[in-house]
Design a protein around this ligand. Structure first.
Ligand SMILES: [Zn+2]
Ligand SMILES: [Zn+2]
Length: 257
C-alpha cells in the first residue's frame, strides 16, 4: 500500500478520465490520495472529488502563485470549507521566488497570514518552497512552526534545511524528480534522511517520474518514486511503502483508534 501525499486531481488535466486515474492508482496499491486545491476556483471541486471517492482527501489553501488574489472573501470561504471532515491539511502555502507570479512581499505577508488561519483551524500545513529556502525557514521559525507541524512538499532544499524542518516536526515529501538522472544531489539528501520523516508524492499532473517523464503525471506513478527511495536507501520496497504510508496517516491525522 502507498499514499500519494500530494496531487491536484481537480486540475483540468484530469477532467476526462478522473475515475480511471483513481482506479489505476488503486490497482497500483495507491489507495489514498490527497488532492490540493490551490486557488478559489478549485476548492469546491477538490472537496467534491474527496466526497465522491472514499480514498481521496482534500487540502485547501492559497498557493503562493495566487497570493495576490487574496481578498476579504478568501479566508471566510476557506474557514467554512476547511471545517469539512474530508479536509486534512491547509495548503499549499509558502513562497515561490522562481516564478514570482505574485510579488514577493505579498507572498510573504500571505504565507504568514495563512499559517495563522491553519492554526486557528487546527490543521497541519503543506508548505511550497521554490527558490525561497532561507525566507521559508525564517517565516516557519518566526511563526513557531514547531507548534503545528506539517509537510514540506516537493522538498528542494539542502540536507541542513531538511534536518531543521524535521526537528521542527515537519515531514519531507519526495516528488518524482528523485528518479531523474540528474538528481544525484537530491538523492544524496534523501539517502541521509530517516525514513520516519519521509513521504512520497506525485504533485500530479506535474513532475512525472521516470519512465514516464514528459507525460502527464498521475497518482499511480508514486510507486516509481517509492521504488527509487527504496533503491537509494537500500531498503525493501515494502518497508518504504509501509513507513511513508504510516507517516502520511500520522501527519494528516487519519490514524484510527
Ligand atoms: Zn507546490
Ligand atoms: Zn502542488
Amino acid at each position: 500500500m502507498l499514499i500519494d501525499s500530494h496531487a491536484h486531481l481537480e486540475m483540468p488535466e484530469f477532467k476526462k478520465d478522473l475515475d480511471g486515474v483513481i482506479q489505476r492508482a488503486k490497482e497500483s496499491g495507491v489507495n489514498t490520495i490527497f488532492t490540493v486545491g490551490t486557488e478559489r476556483k478549485d476548492w469546491k471541486r477538490a472537496l467534491e472529488i474527496a466526497h465522491l471517492h472514499p480514498s481521496v482527501y482534500a487540502i485547501l489553501g492559497v498557493h503562493p502563485h495566487n497570493a495576490k488574489e487574496i481578498d476579504d472573501q478568501t479566508y471566510p470561504i476557506l474557514r467554512k470549507l476547511c471545517r469539512d471532515e474530508k479536509v486534512k491539511a491547509y495548503g499549499e502555502i509558502g513562497l515561490d521566488f522562481f516564478r514570482n507570479l505574485s510579488p514577493r512581499d505579498v507572498q510573504l505577508k500571505r504565507f504568514r497570514e495563512q499559517i495563522g488561519v491553519a492554526k486557528e483551524l487546527n490543521l497541519p500545513i503543506v508548505v511550497h518552497d521554490r527558490e525561497a529556502h532561507q525566507a521559508t525557514m525564517e517565516v516557519l521559525k518566526s511563526e513557531k512552526a514547531e507548534e503545528y507541524g506539517g509537510i514540506i512538499h516537493c522538498f528542494s532544499g539542502n540536507y541542513e534545511m531538511a534536518k531543521e524542518c524535521i526537528e521542527m516536526g515537519f515531514y519531507i515529501s519526495v516528488p518524482g524528480t528523485i528518479t531523474f538522472r540528474n538528481a544525484e544531489r537530491f538523492q544524496e539528501i534523501v539517502k541521509k534522511l530517516p525514513l520516519e520523516s519521509l513521504l512520497v508524492e506525485t504533485d500530479a499532473p506535474f513532475l512525472t517520474p521516470f519512465p514516464f517523464r514528459g507525460k502527464r503525471n498521475e497518482p499511480s506513478y508514486v510507486k516509481y518514486t517509492a521504488q527509487k527511495v527504496a533503491e537509494i536507501k537500500k531498503a525493501p520496497f515494502e518497508k518504504v511503502a509501509e513507513m511513508t504510508t504510516e507517516n502520511a496517516l500520522q501527519v494528516y491525522r487519519l490514524k484510527s483508534g
